[in-house]
Design a protein around this ligand. Structure first.
Ligand code: NAP
Length: 260
């Protein structure tokens, strides 16, 4: 059969992808998916146990993974981790800024300033630090890809989550600014906004509250699986996604478009 429209690859095989917060949840699902697709995965997380278990999972399935402990809030940790990744895997073609925590605060909370700073330190500032630290690699590969994990909290706002909401809005602003700044290097920068996804971040919510929220607020009437977000991240990393940049893509079961 004659193949058409196949100038651009739909494969990440052989690419080196660095994922932050890859020890659990969506980061873990993304690491496993890229490895299944033949990418070499730098599995990074602040949690050493998570790093070791996901790295072992990939290796035992025949994939290529390098586990590195990386606290995204610590600039020294970023430098050391990137050195290890370059030594172990040679370069970085794809960066997935995924690591995150849940940081809420009431507006009259005495600790509001501290919560605000924590949200920016973990959820926003590291994204730009990592992009800048990986820049030479992303330029050298000729088709660098950055995928930033924001949230539906980056598109709207909820009660009691101001620090998190502001940081996630910031991730979208950063994505757009970096997409403009890095376009001259053919590097694409996109944001994924997950809705309610079943991970350790949402497991503390009682199951009945989760079900009620999902039925009322999402068109698909359910929580999403981490793997459903991972597939969107993979799509954005493909060479064939070369004309998608500065995009903000909700993976939310229809939460943000639903009016009734
Ligand atoms: P998760 O299962 O808790 O995974 C987050 C991972 O990031 C954990 O392994 C966590 O380690 C790690 N992490 C925390 N602080 C870190 C740091 N300073 N440096 C490096 N790693 C760090 O949660 P998830 O739901 O998959 O979250 C992934 C991303 O999706 C986050 O950015 C989150 O804000 C976003 N998100 C989640 C949802 C949802 O419904 N789950 C919705 C929208 C957006 P520890 O376990 O040790 O803290």
């Amino acid at each position: 059969m004659t193949r058409r429209l196949s100038r651009l690859s739909r494969s990440v095989a052989g690419k080196v992808v660095l994922i932050t917060g890859a020890g659990s949840g969506m980061g873990r699902a993304t690491a496993l998916l890229f490895a299944d697709e033949g990418a070499k995965v730098a599995v990074t997380d602040v949690d050493r146990d998570g790093v070791e278990s996901v790295t072992a999972e990939i290796s035992s399935a025949g994939g290529t993974a390098l586990g590195v402990v990386l606290d995204v809030a610590d600039p020294a940790s970023i430098g050391a981790a990137l050195k290890t990744v370059r030594e172990g895997l040679g370069r970085i073609d794809v960066l997935v800024n995924n690591a995150g925590i849940s940081v809420g605060a009431e507006i009259d909370d005495e600790e509001f300033d501290d919560r605000w700073q924590l949200a920016l330190d973990v959820l926003l500032t590291p994204h730009q630090r990592l992009i800048r630290a990986c820049l030479d690699d992303l330029i050298d590969c000729g088709e660098g890809r950055v995928i930033n994990i924001s949230s539906t909290e980056g598109l709207g706002a909820s009660r009691s989550t101001t620090p998190y909401t502001v940081a996630k809005h910031g991730v979208i602003g950063l994505t757009r600014a970096m997409a403009i700044a890095l376009a001259k290097h053919s590097i694409t920068v996109n944001a994924v906004c997950p809705g309610p996804i079943l991970t350790s971040m949402t497991q503390a919510i009682p199951a009945e509250h989760r079900d009620t929220f999902a039925r009322r607020r999402t068109a698909l009437r359910r929580y999403g699986d981490p793997e459903e977000v991972a597939h969107m991240v993979l799509n954005l990393a493909l060479p064939s996604s070369s004309y998608v940049t500065g995009a903000v893509i909700a993976v939310d079961g229809g939460q943000t478009m639903k009016n009734d």
